[in-house]
Design a protein around this ligand. Structure first.
Ligand code: SIN
Ligand code: CO
Length: 395
């Protein structure tokens, strides 16, 4: 992607400028971000999607008794003629190629930050109420119109004891009516309320931002996995293959420990040796990237791969012209020589061609990058084809 090229998607500024001026900083309204936008899924398709077990969904209604929320799957949603409801389907990118492709227009932001594409449908008056999110979001109007009101207010206190987050004191500062193809970018913690004006569909491209505590705990889990592997206690999620770790198999010793008059007191030497043992563990960049690469590419439970019935063999000299493309559910990242895919460390190093596959999500058969793949890499790609992680599309 050319990050310096002005994009209609970002209102005529480049991805580079957007990231400098708006990302995580201030809202941006973009008229005709996608001119003549036609959603790949209709309202009827979303009504069908929320009946499925594998699709995470919610129904939110409000009436004179207040706010109500139910979680799916739903046998049936209320009729369009009934006002004030909205149904939200999470991670539609896992279930629909065109929605996944739409989400990937936002890959000027690292995959590590991109989360999912949620699609909401609403009847007149429907919405999730005034609230704020902890994540950045692009709200693309897909069908019908929605009245958005936003505020950068400091008071983010919530109405207590509700099934969803509703701001106690929402004071709109700006408002817009979005038409199909218009888009609103909101950084985290900007208060917002979007109310459907008639039948409405909105696509939210959302981002993930783990808490620092989650990152620290993940790193410690990864270190713990590595120590278990180093002591022969089998392999964990992060230790296949294991990274260098100190040998901590030596046992605690205390020669010269004096006789004690207070046997219940913890020995200070034991406390110190415990800290020394932890200080010997290597919390380094290799461990951090191993944890992040494996964790961020882990598949959500509702990912599903279609297994190719008759997969091609990439060693075949008669291989027809075509391209190899990652399945919409596949997650692939790299750092340095290490390559991560769908929650695993790939068996081959992240060479130029494999990094290109991760960045472009496809590679042309016969291209220079394809020809650079060695036998091991072709074996690995063959295995991914067998598993449906990668697909061959003939020209
Ligand atoms: C929506 O109603 O589709 C958007 C939800 C949100 O405001 O986060
Ligand atoms: Co929101």
């Amino acid at each position: 992607m050319n990050i310096d090229q002005p994009l209609a998607l970002l209102g005529g500024i480049s991805a580079h400028e957007f990231m400098q001026i708006y990302w995580q900083r201030k809202p941006l309204l973009i008229r005709r971000a996608i001119p003549n936008f036609k959603p790949s899924l209709s309202i009827a398709n979303i009504r069908e999607l929320v009946t499925r077990e594998e699709v995470e969904s919610r129904l939110i209604r409000h009436d004179e008794d207040g706010w109500h929320m139910e979680t799916g799957p739903f046998e049936e949603l209320p009729p369009a003629s009934q006002p004030n409801w909205t149904a939200l389907a999470q991670s539609v990118d896992l279930h629909d190629d065109a929605t996944a492709a739409l989400m990937r227009q936002f890959r000027f932001i690292a995959d590590a930050r991109l989360d999912d594409a949620m699609i909401s449908i609403a009847s007149d008056g429907g919405g999730v109420g005034p609230h704020f999110d902890s994540y950045d979001v692009f709200l693309l109007q897909a069908h019908g119109r929605r009245h958005w009101r936003i505020s950068q207010q400091k008071d983010l206190s919530l109405v207590p004891e509700l099934p969803l987050k509703i701001l106690r004191n929402f004071q709109a500062e700006e408002e817009f009516i979005l038409e199909p193809g218009d888009m609103l970018y909101l950084p985290p913690h900007v208060a917002h309320d979007g109310i459907a004006l008639g039948d409405c569909m909105t696509i939210s491209i959302g981002f993930r931002s783990p808490t620092l505590a989650t990152l620290a705990r993940g790193l410690m889990d990864a270190a713990s996995d590595q120590l278990a592997a180093a002591s022969g206690d089998g392999y964990g999620l992060y230790s296949d293959p294991p990274l260098p770790m100190p040998d901590l198999q030596a046992r605690y010793t205390d020669p010269g420990a004096g006789a004690t008059r207070t046997p219940a007191a913890l020995p200070e030497n034991l406390v110190q040796k415990t800290l020394d043992a932890l200080n010997a563990v290597r919390f380094d960049e290799a461990l951090a990237s191993r944890f992040l690469g494996v964790w961020l590419t882990e598949l959500p439970a509702n990912s599903w791969f279609d297994i190719a019935e008759d997969p091609v063999d990439l060693h075949d000299p008669e291989l027809p012209a075509g391209r190899l493309a990652l399945d919409r559910c596949t997650r692939m990242m790299y750092r340095g020589e290490e390559l991560y895919i769908n929650g695993e460390v790939a068996p081959c190093p992240a060479g130029r061609s494999l990094r290109l596959l991760a960045d472009e999500r496809e590679i042309k058969v016969g291209s220079a990058a394809f020809q650079d793949l060695d036998e091991d890499a072709l074996d690995m790609l063959n295995a991914w084809l067998d598993d449906g992680w990668l697909q061959f599309h003939p020209l």
